[in-house]
Ligand binder design. Structure first.
Ligand code: 0L1
Ligand code: MG
Length: 259
């Protein structure tokens, strides 16, 4: 494993940021540099700092690769976490211009609205109690790496492929959140079906795990932040002129269009 200077970390972050801004793929710069996961999270942080310097705000966290379907799709078998900014938010029913994307995909998720930040050392059950509401969500992912191919360090550094997210109406958390049917439709046709059980067995467990992992890196959620718990199915490729809808039993649906 290679140790990196702060300057080298910022250089890797700049390459990823510029790839996203230009909509142009790059090689797997993080794994080629031989960095470990901890250094990759430092690159992710530096990448987000560039977005914050452009005026974006941190509004939440996300989990990635929380289901077997997702792990199999990209060939990485570790749960990872990333950061969400307001610049990634798409209103429910809004339209996303795919012109700036490299190879966009959509996946159906569960979002939590945080009522407070759990204190370090609080028992895991307190994490679920720190939730104000839950909603169906769509995540847009777009790896900045050529051919959507990467290793663990690459995808962590690339902020877990985060590109956008849309959230449906917030609802009280139902007691059976661990097994609700999930459907992803594209242009009115069912593209993927699954269950919230695919999200680490229960989206609340994903929340616990995400808060634990982020807390270990010194990142704590704040009141009003969103937490994307992960996808219930594999992601589907997006093309312009589509209408995408994620529906979750009992929670309703969220839609977005592409141009
Ligand atoms: O949100 C996710 O599960 C994405 C994690 C990164 C892998 C991918 O781009 O599918
Ligand atoms: Mg996701």
């Amino acid at each position: 494993m290679i140790a990196m200077t702060a300057e080298e970390v910022r250089e890797l972050a700049a390459r990823l940021d510029e790839a996203a801004l230009a909509g142009a793929p790059i090689p797997q710069v993080a794994s080629q540099a031989g960095i470990d996961a901890a250094t990759a999270y430092a690159v992710q942080e530096a990448l987000i700092e560039r977005r914050l310097a452009r005026g974006e705000r941190l509004v939440g966290l996300k989990m990635g690769l929380t289901s077997r379907a997702k792990m199999a799709q990209v060939g990485v078998d570790e749960v990872i976490w990333g950061r969400l900014t307001d610049g990634m938010r798409v209103p429910d029913g809004g339209v996303v211009d795919l012109a700036g994307y490299i190879h966009p995909r959509a996946e159906p998720e569960i979002a939590f609205l945080m009522a407070r930040a759990p204190e370090p050392g609080e028992p895991p059950a307190a994490f679920a109690e720190a939730v104000r509401a839950v909603a169906p969500a769509l995540e847009l992912i777009d790896s900045r790496y050529a051919d959507f191919r990467f290793q663990l360090a690459d995808v962590i550094a690339d902020n877990t492929s985060a590109a956008g997210f849309a959230i449906g109406s917030w609802q009280p958390v139902p007691p059976d959140l661990e097994d609700l049917a999930v459907t992803l439709e594209v242009n009115g046709e069912v593209a993927e079906t699954g269950s919230t059980a695919a999200i680490l067995g229960d989206p609340r467990l994903s929340l616990e795990e995400g808060l634990r992992l982020a807390g270990r890196a010194g990142v704590r959620v704040r009141e009003g932040w969103v937490f994307l718990a992960g996808a219930a199915t594999a992601a589907v490729p997006l093309t312009p002129g589509s209408r995408v809808r994620a529906s979750v039993e009992r929670l309703g649906s969220v839609t977005l269009g592409t141009a």
